[in-house]
Design a protein around this ligand. Structure first.
Ligand code: NAD
Ligand code: UGA
Length: 458
């Protein structure tokens, strides 16, 4: 079959995989290819056991893989044949040299730019899908035009706003698609090509176009605002615990103001995920590099509150359990950074598990999708750790349960049965406020929610 366009995506991760799968599903007239430097990841994409868990993804990959979606390690061939190249490689926080712990590490991204330059034989539209510091498109263009090889490259910014766990729905019906371009004749022409691709399934009024710097910055700002809301509600949860106010009641009352809105007001053990912290650090670094120190301090405080919230959770656990956790057994319900994903990157559960192990606690980890990643995250830790998917088996002999992830399955467990299996006095620390606290208390548990009065027999 002859396809209208050849679309390539470099980087077959949490963004590249689902994004291109949905594009292939919605555009059967385009050939969509994903390439990656990691052959194991590509082999998994070509198997029945996909490298990431995302509701609905398996079905779409199965539907499209034999039709117009393929996964390959042939980066060179992919670049040569593509009309449009999405770059979706990882951009983690730099852990070396200048900007360590703050700036984005652009080595993977730059390697990709150089590969595109080396292997291209025809004009390309290059689309930044990764989250990048403002002005990266300029650097990309400089690399691509550095050899004067006569090939035309147009660089666009098209940041991705999907959330893990709801990625497929977010991609199929996005709130908005953002496309930034250079305001030159050829930049605007390239922008229109990308608009037409998305218009295959996204209503045109939801496709917004901006200058390229606004687009790059909007992505960082969107994540910073979302994380800021979580830190705001978490900071107030600490005050609730001191005053007898209830964070759920406060969030409801505040969120019913239509100017504020009710989303992202769930107090928690802290936000995790591969991007919030990284993107805010990136924003902070950017502000500092322009000597905007007050602005940088403001955004940095969002991260500080997140660290404080996690530390507070450990302290509360220690304090409630008679100031010693040594030799006690605590079961973590959930290890993923949020429900409906197996992703554990920057999960608060990693921090909590490590701190509990430092207190010489025996830690049992239970999660329906994230145990493989949890093992990897804790492989260098000393101490007693076990990984048990079945929550009823996991709590056997435990002194406490700490809820880390808001998986639905934990809401519906038989807590009478669980109480029976546990060592007494039994504790629940609900880091997500998802359980029925009154019911737990009636059963006999000592209950410690976030931002609500504790209920205890002690
Ligand atoms: P990821 O680590 O899951 O995937 C990145 C992939 O790129 C990896 O498989 C890696 O092997 C591959 N790669 C690196 N260098 C390469 C190269 N030179 N050639 C080919 N492949 C290469 O990362 P991710 O979570 O998909 O994130 C990618 C980007 O998207 C980041 O900038 C991130 O900030 C952004 N983002 C992520 C999410 C999310 O939910 N994870 C959402 C929106 C935006
Ligand atoms: C986030 C953004 O929501 C996406 O728009 C963005 O594309 C993505 O980052 C990215 O750039 O990577 P994601 O990290 O997948 O998506 O998940 P979120 O739903 O935003 O949750 C992030 C963290 O905040 C999770 O740990 C979650 O449990 C926590 N959270 C969220 C709360 O603690 N309370 C809330 O009310 C909401």
């Amino acid at each position: 079959m002859k396809f209208e366009k050849n679309i390539l995506c470099i980087g077959a991760g949490y963004v590249g995989g689902p994004t291109m799968a949905v594009m292939a599903q919605k555009c059967p007239h385009y050939r969509v290819t994903l390439v990656d430097i990691n052959p194991a990841r590509i082999a998994q994409w070509n198997s029945d056991d996909l490298p990431i868990y995302e509701p609905g993804l398996d079905e779409i990959v199965k539907e499209t893989r034999s039709r117009n979606l393929s996964f390959s390690t042939d980066i060179e061939g992919g670049i040569r044949e593509a009309d449009i190249i999405f770059v979706s490689v990882n951009t983690p926080t730099k852990d070396y040299g200048i900007g360590a712990g703050m700036a984005a590490d652009l080595q993977y991204w730059e390697r990709t730019a150089r590969q595109i330059l080396e292997f291209s034989e025809s004009p390309k539209i290059v689309v930044e899908k990764s989250t990048l510091p403002v002005k990266t498109a300029q650097a990309m263009e400089r690399i691509l035009t550095s050899t004067n090889n006569g090939i035309r490259f147009d660089v666009l910014s098209n940041p991705e706003f999907l959330s893990e766990g709801t990625a497929i729905a977010d991609l199929q019906e996005p709130d908005r698609v953002l496309i930034g371009s250079m305001e030159t004749e050829s930049g605007l022409k390239a922008r229109d090509v990308l608009v037409e691709i998305y218009a295959n399934w996204v209503p045109r009024e939801r496709i917004i176009t901006t200058n390229i710097w606004s687009s790059e910055l909007s992505k960082l700002v969107a994540n910073a605002f979302l994380a800021q809301r979580v830190s705001s509600i978490n900071s107030i949860s600490a005050l609730c615990e001191k005053t007898g106010a209830d964070i759920i009641e406060v969030a409801t009352a505040v969120g019913m103001d239509s100017r504020i809105g009710n989303k992202f007001l769930n107090a928690s053990v802290g936000f995790g995920g591969s991007c919030f912290k990284k993107d805010i650090l990136n924003l902070v670094y950017l502000c500092r590099s322009y000597a905007l120190h007050e602005v940088a301090d403001y955004w940095e405080s969002v991260i500080k509150i997140n660290q404080y919230q996690q530390e507070r959770f450990v302290f509360k656990t220690l304090n409630a359990m008679f100031n010693t956790l040594s030799g006690k057994k605590i079961c973590l319900f959930g290890f993923a950074f949020k429900a409906n994903t197996g992703d554990t990157r920057e999960s608060p559960a990693i921090f909590i598990a490590k701190r509990l192990l430092e207190e010489k606690t025996e830690v049992v980890i239970s999660d329906p999708k994230a145990l493989k990643n949890a093992r990897e995250d804790l492989k260098c830790m000393d101490g007693k750790i076990s990984y048990i998917e079945d929550p009823y088996r996991a709590v056997d002999g435990c002194h406490a349960i700490a809820v880390m992830t808001e998986w639905d399955l934990y809401r519906n467990l038989d807590f009478e049965k669980i109480y029976h299996f546990m060592t007494k006095p039994a504790f629940v620390f609900d880091g997500r406020n998802i359980l029925d606290h009154n019911k737990l208390y009636t059963i006999g548990f000592n209950v410690f929610p976030i931002g609500k009065p504790c209920m205890t027999y002690l």
